[in-house]
Design a protein. Structure first.
Length: 450
């Protein structure tokens, strides 16, 4: 995409005069690491202790990792970056993203810049209600059993609340109980009881699991059946987050296309994702590039988030896009709606100081606030990706960033990296073997560029 790449346009934006207290930081990507960290400190995103942690050679002590999982042998590194330009509900946000794929951070920043032209993103999230499931098999009479459970729901909810009284005192706790009859499974009829629990700022798995396990004996007595599974559901459809934006046509202008035409093309591309699961899968993968990168940076259960998002995309029996785009008189409108079970408190967060630093950087005031920001990031990521696809294509910008990674991978010294990247892109063969060959040529020529 040449100078229209998300990265290049983001650099151009950052070199303009920006809000010194906001998410637009002039010259950020061209600064060195310490200058970037200093910029984040001056904006209140990081404390000095966070900077010291990020500069430390060891990201997570092995002694800690060894207590977190079984059979630990080391700690895997992941690049941690910051997406800029985000304004969510009128507040500027600096967004940490941990991801190994080139162009993701730049694309999120560029998508946020486009949305910023229309005032940024609006976002909200549901109360953090999670679902615990209890499976009952060999139930003699499904209808009678369902009625018995429904009749005892008040007592059952009280029993579940008694398992975690502190949750109730903090304003959370059980919000209700539902009964589902499944008459035609592969093993015959079964009953499934759903316990709805407001878990506050936690992800809630351990608390919900303990609650549904405690209800098992009572449910067996009420139904005459046998309890099997007692576990949280990761389809957190009661805990969804939404974001929306309006991008003025002028912000979408390119050298060859007016913004209105670009908006129309984005709408056409979305229509394919809405109609075709082959495109929808790739469309949603791009959305989750952003969501997952924030989740990993902030110590969230990104596997649960992924599972819920894709299940939600297929909720009506057809796999569809997680976003929706439309064209109005005033610009391109985008929306996203997906389950997002995230946390700002919890045991794993306490183990990982860099995850805590990321939460401070994004300024998450609650789990619902974090979910809203993550939804906005997913929408921004999708906007940037689809905009690239319908204009210059995805490869030009992506290959430039990929070439930089290859220059690093083949061990090019700093003074030869720019020349190597230029030759790689010019060759049209941006691959590891070609990078090695071109580096050998540059060294033989004494680093003279062609």
């Amino acid at each position: 995409m040449g100078n229209d790449t998300p990265e290049a346009q983001n650099d151009d934006a950052l070199r303009t005069r920006g809000d010194r207290s906001g998410s637009r930081i002039p010259g950020f990507s061209s600064s060195d690491r310490r200058e970037r960290l200093h910029a984040l400190v001056t904006r209140g995103g990081l404390a000095d202790d966070d900077v010291a942690e990020l500069l430390a050679a060891e990201s997570l002590p092995f002694s800690t990792a060894d207590r977190m999982i079984e059979n630990a042998v080391g700690v895997l590194g992941m690049p941690l970056g910051v997406a800029l330009n985000f304004r969510v509900n009128g507040r500027d946000r600096l967004v940490p993203m941990a991801v190994e794929e080139p162009s993701v951070v730049a694309a999120a920043s560029y998508g946020a810049r486009l949305a910023r032209a229309g005032g940024g993103f609006t976002a909200d999230a549901d109360p953090p209600v999670m679902i615990g499931q209890v499976q009952l098999v060999h139930v003699p009479d499904l209808a009678a059993a369902a009625a018995a459970v429904a009749g005892a729901s008040e007592r059952l909810c009280a029993e579940a609340d008694a398992v975690h009284p502190n949750m109730t005192r903090r304003g959370g706790g059980v919000r209700g109980l539902e009964v589902r009859e499944l008459p035609d499974t592969a093993v015959g009829p079964m009953l499934v009881v759903h316990l709805l629990v407001d878990v506050g700022d936690a992800m809630g798995a351990n608390a919900v699991n303990a609650m549904v396990e405690a209800l098992a004996p009572a449910l067996e007595r009420l139904t005459g059946g046998e309890v099997r599974l007692r576990i949280l559901s990761n389809l957190a459809d009661r805990r969804r987050a939404r974001a929306a934006c309006l991008v003025p046509f002028a912000a979408l202008d390119t050298a060859g296309l007016p913004g209105g035409a670009v908006a129309g093309r984005i709408f056409e591309a979305w229509a394919l994702a809405d109609a075709d699961p082959y495109r929808a899968t790739t469309h949603n993968k791009g959305v989750m590039n952003g969501v997952d990168a924030v989740a990993v940076a902030c110590g969230q259960d990104w596997r649960a988030i992924e599972a819920a998002a894709h299940a939600w995309a297929a909720r009506d029996g057809r796999y569809r896009a997680l976003t929706r785009w439309s064209v109005g008189d005033d610009g391109l409108r985008g929306e996203i709606d997906l389950p997002l079970a995230v946390a700002t408190v919890g045991g794993t967060l306490e183990c990982n100081p860099r995850a805590r630093a990321s939460l401070r950087l994004v300024g998450a005031t609650s789990a619902r606030d974090l979910a809203g920001v993550m939804a906005a990031v997913g929408l921004a990521q999708n906007l940037a990706a689809v905009r690239a696809l319908v204009t210059d294509g995805i490869q030009r910008g992506h290959m430039a960033l990929h070439a930089r990674g290859l220059a690093q991978a083949v061990g090019a010294p700093v003074e030869l990296q720019d020349a190597l990247v230029a030759r790689l892109i010019g060759s049209g063969d941006v691959k590891l073997a070609r990078a090695r060959a071109l580096l050998a040529e540059l060294r033989a020529q004494g680093g003279v560029t062609a």
